[in-house]
Ligand binder design. Structure first.
Ligand code: NAD
Length: 250
């Protein structure tokens, strides 16, 4: 129960890495505020967790809205008395393809969902963490844009690389408040985002030293480390949990 007594927000909790994190963090004793767009999936997950004794609150919404970030923090404080951390994990890939063919709408949508959302999240979560006397904030970045350039993913890579810069500045600004801020860089992970085309999945698997993709739970465990007190001296980092993707040239 390494998260006992902690109140944590998870966004993108309706599927994939976020849903796996909800299961794991609840099992470790955290009280959870879960967010994503798909209300029915969130409610089903919350019911399942509550049945096993977890404290869970949900609020569906869109991370592109500044007010949604504030609503999630407000819910954590009203329902559970404060906020100890957040796994800011919602994200999209957007349309794939060469930059010269990319519509500006796609660029703006990917940046708004993956990067501007982190700005909104931090604006709401930093003051709440300060009120609590400290905290841990995690952003889900990616191997794409930080350790490798994958053709066709310009907007996604730019948004995910931006999260690493944001992480470094926030960690430096709020270290004196005992607020830790880290980015998590997963490798290829078997979720809805990765799709189910066998050829594509095989190509992604081969990019990793371990010659496989992660399960969502393997990435959730890296987030768990960053949100627990086990990482009490880790801040400003870009934690790579990528199955050796970044060092593999074979
Ligand atoms: P996923 O598609 O299963 O989960 C994405 C989640 O984000 C969903 O719950 C979705 O509803 C939510 N979401 C998307 N747009 C939203 C919005 N505007 N408002 C609120 N919620 C929104 O995929 P996943 O792989 O679990 O992705 C989780 C994170 O991990 C993402 O940030 C993704 O970029 C990152 N990531 C994934 C991989 C991978 O290979 N799957 C690799 C590296 C990083």
């Amino acid at each position: 129960m390494m998260l006992a007594g902690k109140v944590l927000i998870i966004t993108g909790a309706s599927s994939g890495i976020g849903a796996a994190a909800a299961e794991l963090f609840a099992a470790e004793g955290a009280a959870l505020v879960l967010g994503a767009r798909r209300a029915e999936l969130l409610a089903a997950l919350a019911d399942r967790l509550a049945d096993s004794g977890a404290k869970v609150a949900v609020q569906a919404g869109d991370v592109r809205d500044e007010s949604y970030a504030a609503d999630l923090v407000d819910l954590a404080e009203r329902r559970f008395g404060g906020l100890d951390g957040a796994f800011n994990n919602a994200g999209i890939v957007g349309e794939l393809g060469p930059l010269e063919n990319m519509a500006a709408e796609n660029w703006h949508e990917v940046l708004a969902t993956n990067l501007t959302s982190a700005f909104f999240a931090a604006k709401a979560q930093i003051p709440a963490s300060r009120r609590r006397g400290g905290g841990s904030i995690v952003f889900t970045s990616s191997f794409v844009g930080s350790t490798i350039g994958l053709p066709g993913m310009a907007a996604y890579a730019a948004s995910k690389a931006g999260l690493v810069g944001l992480t470094q500045v926030l960690a430096a600004e709020h270290g004196p408040d005992d607020i830790r801020v880290n980015a998590l860089l997963p490798g290829g992970t078997r979720t809805e985002m990765a799709g189910n085309d066998p050829q594509v999945l095989q190509r992604i698997e081969h990019m990793h030293a371990l010659k496989r993709m992660a399960t969502p739970d393997e990435i959730a465990r890296a987030a768990f480390f960053l949100l627990s007190d086990q990482s009490s001296f880790v801040t400003g980092s870009a934690l790579i949990a990528d199955g050796g993707n970044s060092i593999c040239k074979t």
